[in-house]
Design a protein around this ligand. Structure first.
Ligand code: ADP
Length: 565
């Protein structure tokens, strides 16, 4: 069942690498022919950041973190002052931790990332840290390449085994995963398909649905034809005459192979397909069905860290909605995929990123505005979306940790950007239809381009690519995990934390806090969020030490880090 799969958009084709090499299209070093204006930006020496910050200052920062406030605006310098594509160091906000690479927004984002606690690299540093990325695939996404380019990364050939990379965009083979070191980042978790395949998603979620039927009623009831064929036939016979289902391939995308099923349809047993209850009453805008593409970043599974992007896409069907039996075969009515509807004569392409409420694809921003006009509380709706997204992540967490068990030392080296497809029904209830591993990052319109490039730049900035002196690096043994007692956690507080917590515990907490600081204005942290963490802790299949420790840390108002030198 868990067959080997190729990821959309990032398959490893060495042929493309050869072509690129032949055509000599390697990215040029960003330092060539450019000058550095150090006087224009904040100069905070690394040494000052490492271990010499005032305790009160740090405590103030921590209070800001827990209260979700942004950094003081007084030391904000915008990127106008920095030469384009010059590598910049994002200094840590707390002591005892490492700086990361700052990702400038490319111009298409029409935005500037504030240079808070950041400074350009010196020429020596650029040579020493030589930033490189491997972007796999024959037709890599432009938004990924542009984001790396604007942060000063050089792209190396995907079959180049000699040159070390800082970030790989594309699924890694076993050797790559085995040989990764703690400075490297890769954009997929081993086992990412636990969420990304429709059948596995259902297997994982249905387990939780049985345990918590009320909490997990956001995925339509599903029959895997390999196992549940007889059950489906019985349900079909017993159903009312106008009941509808939707049949989909377990591991395909873009609406391929999807058909509607009615009471009269003849369904064959087929292990590659599943049947899902059809949400027959979608919320409509101007009479059209739509669904939301929601971008979700998971930066770690232990502790679980989940962020939801504030913008995304709304994809409209191109024929007015109807459940009339004679319209059942009309894909432009029932499917909202871009790949399907772009072929419709009614499809309207977006021409201008500023006009994000026109045509067959909108931004979330425009959608929320429309909802507010319709008298719908969009904030409440998006809170409900966050809730179902997080519950989906919690349900797949045990399976993900199982898949990650062999590569425990790299647990901070992976991240994953998932594309959730969410349908809103007429009662404004969100339904999770599927989760995409490697959601399409194609930019077919100015609106797509703007949203997706900002997204990738934000993802890379948030996950934190550490600086790495590749020439002088010695492989260190992976950190040892001490015996940890989860039962002790409720007794930890500011006065005893130094005795009770290990170096690894502190590192984990610092990393969690730093990441939240780097999330910028576009990502919201949905877990661990100080305001909501308690309400989700009981849903986890197993209580995890790291999650519990973060919960306690927030409860105790985050003062522990000021004690740690
Ligand atoms: P794919 O991976 O091929 O895009 P999806 O599961 O996302 O498959 O389904 C494609 C489209 O079909 C969705 O975008 C949505 O418009 C419609 N759809 C899928 N499942 C349902 C459902 N249970 N109820 C109503 N519409 C659905």
């Amino acid at each position: 069942m868990r067959q080997k799969l190729q990821l959309k958009g990032d398959t490893s084709l060495s042929q493309s690498a050869i072509q690129r090499r032949n055509s000599n299209q390697r990215y040029k070093s960003p330092i060539q022919g450019r000058k550095l204006f150090l006087s224009h930006v904040i100069q905070t020496p690394l040494s000052q950041q490492y271990g010499q910050t005032q305790q009160q200052q740090q405590q103030h920062q921590q209070n800001q973190i827990i209260q979700g406030r942004s950094h003081s605006q007084s030391n904000v310098v915008f990127q106008d002052e920095i030469p384009q594509k010059w590598p910049i160091i994002q200094l840590p906000f707390l002591k005892n931790t490492e700086p990361t690479i700052f990702f400038q927004y490319p111009p298409v984002c029409e935005d500037k990332r504030p240079l808070v606690n950041a400074r350009p690299m010196t020429e020596e540093e650029i040579k020493k840290y030589s930033l490189t990325c491997k972007v796999l695939g024959s037709a890599p996404y432009k938004c990924v390449l542009t984001s790396f380019d604007w942060a000063g990364f050089k792209r190396i050939d995907e079959d180049d085994e000699d040159e070390e990379w800082n970030v790989q965009w594309g699924i890694g083979n076993k050797t790559t995963l085995r040989n990764m070191n703690r400075f490297q980042k890769i954009n997929h978790f081993p086992g990412c398909w636990n969420m990304g395949r429709k059948d596995l998603l259902w297997l994982n979620l249905s387990k939780f649905k049985r345990k918590y039927p009320k909490e997990y009623n956001f995925i339509p009831n599903t029959y895997l034809l390999q196992y549940d064929y007889d059950r489906f036939i019985m349900a079909q016979e017993a159903a009312q005459k106008d009941t509808l289902w939707i049949k989909k391939p377990c591991a395909d995308s873009r609406g391929r192979g999807i058909t509607m099923v009615s009471k009269k349809s003849k369904v064959k047993r087929d292990k590659n397909f599943l049947i899902m209850d059809y949400i027959y009453n979608p919320h409509l805008i101007n009479g059209f069905k739509y669904d939301l593409r929601v971008y979700v970043l998971i930066s770690c599974f232990d502790p679980l860290r989940v962020y939801m992007y504030k913008d995304g896409l709304v994809r409209f069907a191109t024929q007015k909605y109807s459940t009339n039996s004679k319209d059942l075969t009309k894909r432009y009515i029932h499917l909202t995929n871009f790949a399907v509807n772009k072929l419709s004569p009614n499809f309207v392409k977006n021409q201008n990123s500023q006009k994000d409420d026109e045509g067959s694809k909108w931004s979330h921003h425009a959608y929320r505005k429309k909802l507010d006009e319709l008298g719908v509380d969009s904030r409440e709706l998006f809170n409900r979306i966050k809730d179902v997204v997080l519950k989906t992540c919690i349900a797949t967490e045990p399976f993900m940790l199982d898949s990650n068990a062999k590569s425990q030392e790299h647990r901070y080296g992976y991240f994953e950007l998932y594309g959730f497809d969410v349908l809103i029904d007429e009662n404004l209830k969100p339904w999770v239809l599927e989760v995409n591993v490697s959601p399409s990052l194609n930019s077919s319109s100015p609106l797509d381009k703007k949203i997706k490039t900002s997204l990738i730049s934000d993802v890379l900035h948030l996950v934190g690519v550490p600086l790495w002196d590749k020439k002088n690096y010695k492989i260190s043994s992976p950190p040892k995990y001490n015996q940890r007692n989860i039962k002790e956690i409720p007794n930890i507080n500011t006065s005893n934390c130094l005795n009770k917590l290990s170096q690894n515990d502190f590192n984990m907490l610092i990393q969690t806090v730093e990441e939240v600081k780097r999330r910028g204005k576009n990502f919201s942290c949905i877990f661990p969020n100080p305001k909501t963490i308690h309400q989700y802790m009981d849903l986890f299949e197993f209580p995890r030490y790291n999650n519990k420790l973060i919960e306690r840390f927030y409860q105790d108002r985050c003062n522990w880090l000021s004690r740690f030198n």
